[in-house]
Design a protein around this ligand. Structure first.
Ligand code: PGA
Length: 250
């Protein structure tokens, strides 16, 4: 009942010309598979090129972050969710671990950004995940509970019904160290239990929880076979049309 979502996060890679070239290769490779929703989140400067190139296809475009209000203002270098929507975006990534680690984003700002994104009509993909030392010291579920309860638990049930959660263990991002399907499944289940405790069983059954962290064409099948894994948020492997098509067509 949950449609899988395969989302690419390009991070700080590619120019508008490279974006156009990517879509020329990528779209024919995913034209016949319709079992999953597909998204690409390029850098802000590539959004226009991506929206243009993906027009008429089933690939939705997303931002990698947004400001926490939709009212314009004097906030140098920030972009409102409403601007992303007007530029043709469907999605926005919020609270990626790189934003949390390097740019000091907190659960509180994650919640504010998520609310603003929903207000603008975007689908937020809200990221949570533990650090290596947190996993090794057995604190994964505690960390996720803190991120959840201090962040998206503050949404209304109506708002919550519109978001996607991305579980991204920080130790698996860009490291080539993918979580085993069993580890990912256990943690997705733990997140779904947090959702059930706060928003009820129906909301927990409906919310899509993506796995992120070194997803590749050769490991996606095992992950997607698990009952609580509803898709992937893909970094490195989303930069090459053939690789990302391999993930989408899992
Ligand atoms: P990765 O990145 O696939 O390169 O590990 C995932 C992410 O950060 O979303």
């Amino acid at each position: 009942m949950r449609t899988p979502l395969m989302a690419g996060n390009w991070k700080m890679f590619k120019t508008p010309a490279e974006t156009k070239a990517f879509f020329e290769k990528f779209l024919p490779l995913v034209a016949t598979s319709t079992h999953a929703d597909v998204a690409i989140c390029p850098p802000f400067v590539d959004i226009a090129a991506a929206v243009d190139a993906a027009a008429g296809s089933r690939v939705g475009i997303g931002g990698q972050n947004c400001y926490w209000q939709n009212k314009e203002g004097a906030f140098t270098a920030e972009v409102t969710p409403a601007m992303l929507k007007a530029a043709g975006c469907t999605y926005v990534i919020i609270g990626h671990s790189e934003r949390r680690q390097y740019f000091h984003e907190t659960d509180e700002t994650v919640l504010k950004r998520t609310k603003a994104a929903l207000e603008a009509g975007l689908i937020p993909m809200v990221c949570v995940g533990e650090l290596l030392e947190e996993r090794e010291s057995g604190r994964t579920n505690e960390v996720l509970a803190t991120q959840f309860n201090g962040g998206i638990a503050g949404l209304t049930p109506e708002e919550f019904a519109k978001i996607v959660i991305a579980y991204e263990p920080v130790w698996a991002i860009g490291t080539g160290k993918v979580a085993t399907p069993e580890i990912a499944q256990d943690t997705h289940k733990a997140i779904r239990d947090l959702v059930a405790a706060k928003f009820g069983a129906e909301a927990a059954a409906a919310v899509r929880i993506l796995y992120g962290g070194s997803v590749k064409p050769d490991n996606v099948k095992g992950l997607m076979a698990k009952p609580d894994i509803d898709g992937a948020l893909v970094g490195g492997a989303a930069l090459k049309a053939e690789d990302f098509a391999g993930v989408v067509n899992f």
